[in-house]
Ligand binder design. Structure first.
Ligand code: HSE
Length: 310
């Protein structure tokens, strides 16, 4: 049995406009890397964390990666010493599913090292618990696409029912990460708990439209369905220049777009890598008008999720 493994897990766009907490997709990059090493010393330990500027907890009982691995080992009744090295390659509080990527990489890595006693789908609840620790809510719309790859629908949380959807080959994502920080916990706390019936009708029409668009490979329908009348109007106030950034994406040829996860990143979908690149430049230029620097990520939808890289 191998004693050490290095796993990459990708960034994800949660919500995808209309699907708050129920839709998400994975991209090729960025992503986080985790090295898991089996040890003869009992217990699960964080050996090192790079790239977080010292912000993530190093204590095993408080870190999402180590807690998820601990829960996994406990569930299997395995008393195995484990050392974790976490390499953060994406910013915290960015809306890119940063905590999800680390947690997924961790549970995927330990499961591989132990010769896959669990299916990938069985790993999902452990990764969801990691989200609860990271931001107070065990939502699955980052961890599920991160783990399964592709475009994922969380039809139900109780019981958990997660469906991987087909994706048209010509679907590309642009994600622009402005250099401001929004904590998921804060972005959830500002949401209203009640929804107007006419807004709900629009929202579930769009969720159905988006899923139908993916199944029918109808990119125009996907574009028409990328509308969020419930969450985006509330959260967009946390993102300086949001309306102009979104408009810039549309003017540059995007099918549609919205806030990526809980923000501040903004995503757009389009039908070619060239368009996705031009859209990214336009969005970044719109942020620059507000004196906000940004990073642009352009990628096809990532069909595979985590991968062993060493
Ligand atoms: N669905 C979650 C939210 C995703 O919007 O709060 C967080 O990345």
């Amino acid at each position: 049995m191998a004693k050490r493994i290095k796993v990459f897990a990708p960034a994800t766009v949660a919500n995808v406009a209309c699907g708050f907490d129920v839709l998400g997709f994975a991209v090729q990059e960025p992503g986080d890397e985790v090295i898991v090493t089996l040890s003869d010393t009992p217990g699960v330990r964080i050996h090192s964390i790079q790239g977080d500027n010292g912000r993530l907890p190093r204590e095993a009982e408080r870190n999402t990666v180590s807690i998820s691995i601990l829960n996994y080992l406990e569930k299997l009744g395995i008393h195995q010493g484990v050392e974790i090295d976490l390499i953060k390659k994406m910013p915290l509080g960015s809306g890119l599913g940063s905590s999800a990527a680390s947690t997924v990489a961790g549970v995927f890595a330990i499961n591989e090292l132990l010769d896959k006693p669990m299916s990938v789908m069985d790993l999902l609840p452990f990764a969801m618990e990691g989200e609860r620790i990271a931001c107070g809510s065990a939502h699955a719309d980052n961890v599920a696409p991160c783990l399964l790859g592709g475009f994922v629908l969380v039809r139900s949380y109780d019981p958990l029912d997660v469906i991987k959807l087909p994706v048209p080959k010509n679907l590309y994502a642009t994600i622009v990460h402005p250099h401001v920080e929004v904590q998921t916990k804060d972005a959830r706390n500002i949401l209203r708990k009640q929804v107007e019936l006419n807004d709900a009708v629009k929202q579930w029409g769009n969720v159905g439209g988006l899923v139908a668009g993916l199944l029918l490979e109808d990119t125009a329908l996907i574009g028409r369905s990328l509308q969020d009348v419930i969450i985006e109007p509330v959260r967009s106030v946390l993102i300086p220049g949001f309306d102009e950034v979104k408009q810039a994406a549309m003017d540059a040829g995007a099918l549609g777009g919205s806030i990526s996860g809980s923000g501040p990143s903004v995503f757009a979908l389009s039908t070619s890598m060239e368009k996705a690149t031009v859209i990214g430049q336009a969005m970044s230029a719109a942020f620059a008008k507000y004196s906000i620097e940004s990073d642009v990520f352009v990628s096809p939808i990532n069909p595979e999720g985590p991968k062993v890289i060493g």
